[in-house]
Each structure stands twice: as structure tokens, then as C-alpha cells.
Design a protein around this ligand. Structure first.
Ligand code: GCO
Ligand code: MG
Length: 409
């Protein structure tokens, strides 16, 4: 199974995606997702300039060896650009291996450990009325677990809430990356946020009852003591998890949060290796790992990460925002189905244009996702359709405090 071609395909059917297509001498093709939101072209260039030439002539069957070769031979390790590029290669090779075996990928990973993959959707609103409508809509379309994000009084634009749906891409879905040559500026005030959020969850619990799993994303904005305070204040509302409560470059920060609250903690969508989690998992400072196949180096290291986490009763909660392409989402679903310590999967459905470009076999029914039983990942890229959507410059926003200081977005 010699690799004879590897093509980097950039397409923008509503938002940008980078896909690697690896072709073998027998004409089989495998796909991998290399999308890094707002920095897509860097990964495309890393792949095209430095990785594709190294793949040609290699045996596509040797996935572990190829992963170690790409990781170690670069000398410069880790980082989102490098690891997203390696992810795409690794995922494409697993897609190829499963296609060659005539099996859905989850079978090669050990087979199904469950019937379906519990998914959570994103409800949001500028006020309580809009938020309740959004939760009802998610329940109507089948979601059985819901992330709740709301505007904060006195702030103009808050993460997770579409400010002006008409100006956002993604057919009305929340899409933080905005087309244009400069990133949008948002405002932030942690004190106002901390005052507001517990009341929101109290209202949601009163309206929707005690059963519904509720999640919330703090999006890296709090200090450890602020995060501890929020976690404690949310305890009566029994959250499934509080996500990214602090920017976790400093893993020790989570010790302080953990000492003060029993609200379960999820972290890691911006991490890209197991090293980012070493203290967090070994000291059981978190409950869920948020890494995605797309950004953490592919299926090979993700399997190792979740197996390490399993020894400490830490579960998976893979990142599944719309900037994970359908290829990356399918890869996550095969892994979700196979592993034992699955927790939950984030799921933001893609828009129609994206689904025309990426033909998928995965399904969402009654709150549960399933990757389907086609050989490989079960996703094909329609290159003709993709070519109709050229790359568009787009950036994630950034935040400033009231006095103008840049804050974490
Ligand atoms: C999530 C994430 C996303 C990110 C986005 C950035 O929990 O889904 O926080 O909304 O902001 O993926 O590219
Ligand atoms: Mg998040």
C-alpha cells in the first residue's frame, strides 16, 4: 500500500476547512481533517511544503511508524499547526486501513462499546426568552444534553451567543470565525459574568427540571479563584460539566479550582498532546478531556490519551464545534464508539453547503450519534463541489476589558 499522492484541499462552504487526501498505488483514498480555525493556511502550507514530500513512497499501513516519524523527525515538537497536520495524516491512514479491511473504522479500534454516542448541542440566547426557545428547539430536534450560553447584561458580544445572526456565517448557527481581513473585537467583564450566570442556570433548572444534562463553557476567561467561585455557585444546578474555566497552560491552577468545587470540570480543546494533561489527569484535577482527533495528532495519540485518562476515571468529551470538519467529526465518532471511558460528544451540525461538499454516513437520532457502517470513516469529499467554495480570510474574535486591556477570548 505505497502512498503515491497526498493532496491538500482547502474549501470554504460557509466556513474554511483543510482536508488531506492520501492516495495509494492501488487507488484507495483516505481523508484527514487539518482545519485550524482562523489559521487554516498555515496548516495547509506545513502539510504541502514539509509533510506531503515525506509521505510519497511510504507504506500507508505503518500508521504508528509514520506518526512517530512525523512527530520526532521534525525536531520541533507540538504546537497546533504541527499537530493538526500530523492529525490529518494519521486520520487519513486509519481511513485507508479500514477501507482496505472493508470495515468501519470503529471495528479496527476494538468494535462498538455502546449502541450510540450521546451528543450535546449548543443552546444560547441574548435573554431568558431566547434561551428557553433555543433549549426547546434543541430538545425538539432530539438533543438529550444541552450546553447553555447567554449574553451578560452590559456586555455587547459574548462568546457562544450569536450577536447579529445576519452578520454571522453558518446559516444562523453560531460561528465565531468571521470573514474579513481583521478579527472582530468583543468586550468582557468577569465580575458581570459571575453575577449573571448562576441565576441563568437556576431559571433553566426551574423551567426544564432536574434530569436534563446541562453544560457550560467558561472559554478560558477566569482566574483560578474566580473559576472556583463559579463552580461553587453552580453546584445547586448539577452541571454535567463546566468547561475551560481557566486558561489551562498552567495545569496547577486547576488544583485550586478543584479544592473548592465539586462541579465536574472539562478542559483541553486547545491542547495538542498528552503532555498538556499530565498533571491534570494524574492528580485527577479534571473529569473530561476535550481534545479532538483533528487537533491532538490524530486517532493514534487520542487513543493513548483516553486510555491514560481511563486509569484515573477521567472520561472523553471531544470537541465538536463546526470548525471540526465532517471528516474530523466522523473520526471522533468511531473513537467514541470504541473506547470504554466515553463521556459525551459535542455536536454542532454543519450547514447544508458543508454537507454537500462532505458526504457523510454518520447519523444523529434521538440524541445519539452513530458513525455508520461504511468501510473507513464513512465520509467522502466531493472535490468538484469543494472547488466552488474558495478559501475566505476569516478570524476568530478577540476580547478587551472595559479599560482596553486584551483578555482571553
Ligand atoms: C466549543 C469551543 C468552540 C471554540 C471554537 C474555536 O466548546 O465548542 O469553545 O466554540 O471557540 O471551536 O475555533
Ligand atoms: Mg469550548
Amino acid at each position: 500500500m505505497k502512498i503515491v499522492a497526498a493532496d491538500v484541499l482547502v474549501t470554504s462552504p460557509g466556513r474554511n476547512f483543510v482536508t488531506l487526501k492520501v492516495t495509494t498505488e492501488d487507488g484507495l483514498t483516505g481523508l484527514g481533517d487539518a482545519t485550524l480555525n482562523g489559521r487554516e493556511l498555515s496548516v495547509a502550507s506545513y502539510l504541502g511544503d514539509h509533510v506531503v514530500p515525506l509521505l510519497l513512497g511510504r507504506d500507508a499501513r505503518n500508521i504508528e511508524d509514520t506518526w512517530q516519524f512525523l512527530y520526532r523527525s521534525a525536531y520541533w515538537r507540538r504546537g497546533p499547526v504541527t499537530m493538526s497536520a500530523i492529525s490529518a495524516v494519521d486520520t487519513a491512514l486509519w481511513d485507508l486501513k479500514a477501507k482496505a479491511a472493508g470495515m468501519p473504522l470503529y471495528q479496527l479500534l476494538g468494535g462498538a462499546s455502546r449502541k450510540g454516542i450521546l451528543a450535546y448541542g449548543h443552546a444560547s440566547g441574548q435573554d431568558q426568552h431566547q434561551l428557553f426557545d433555543s433549549i426547546r428547539h434543541h430538545l425538539d430536534v432530539g438533543f438529550r444534553a444541552i450546553r447553555v450560553q447567554t449574553s451578560v447584561p452590559s456586555l455587547n458580544a459574548v462568546y457562544g451567543v450569536p450577536a447579529a445572526p445576519a452578520s454571522r456565517e453558518g446559516d444562523g448557527h453560531y460561528e465565531p470565525a468571521q470573514r474579513g481581513s481583521l478579527p472582530a473585537e468583543e468586550d468582557w467583564d468577569t465580575r458581570a459574568y459571575l453575577r449573571h450566570i448562576p441565576g441563568v442556570f437556576e431559571a433553566v433548572r426551574n423551567e426544564f427540571g432536574p434530569e436534563l444534562p446541562l453544560l457550560h463553557d467558561g472559554h478560558h476567561r477566569m482566574t483560578p479563584i474566580e473559576a472556583a467561585r463559579l463552580g461553587k455557585a453552580l453546584e445547586p444546578y448539577d452541571l454535567f460539566w463546566l468547561e475551560d474555566c481557566t486558561p489551562a497552560e498552567n495545569q496547577e491552577a486547576l488544583r485550586l479550582v478543584r479544592q473548592h468545587t465539586i462541579t465536574p470540570l472539562a478542559i483541553g480543546e486547545v491542547f495538542n498532546t498528552v503532555w498538556d494533561y499530565q498533571t491534570l489527569i494524574r492528580e485527577q484535577l479534571i473529569d473530561y478531556v476535550r481534545s479532538s482527533v483533528t487537533h491532538a495528532g490524530g486517532i493514534t495519540p487520542m487513543r493513548k490519551l483516553v486510555d491514560f485518562a481511563a486509569q484515573y476515571q477521567v472520561k472523553s468529551g471531544m470537541h465538536g464545534a463546526t470548525d471540526i470538519s465532517p471528516v474530523g467529526m466522523a473520526a471522533a465518532l468511531h473513537l467514541d464508539l470504541a473506547i470504554h471511558n466515553f463521556g459525551i460528544q459535542e455536536y454542532m451540525p454543519h450547514n447544508e453547503r458543508t454537507n454537500e461538499v462532505f458526504r457523510q454516513t454518520f447519523t444523529f437520532r434521538d440524541g445519539y450519534l452513530h458513525p455508520g457502517d461504511e468501510p473507513g470513516l464513512g465520509v467522502e469529499l466531493d472535490e468538484k463541489a469543494a472547488a466552488g467554495f474558495p478559501y475566505q480570510t476569516a478570524y476568530l474574535p478577540f476580547s478587551r476589558l472595559r479599560d482596553g486591556t486584551i483578555h482571553d477570548w
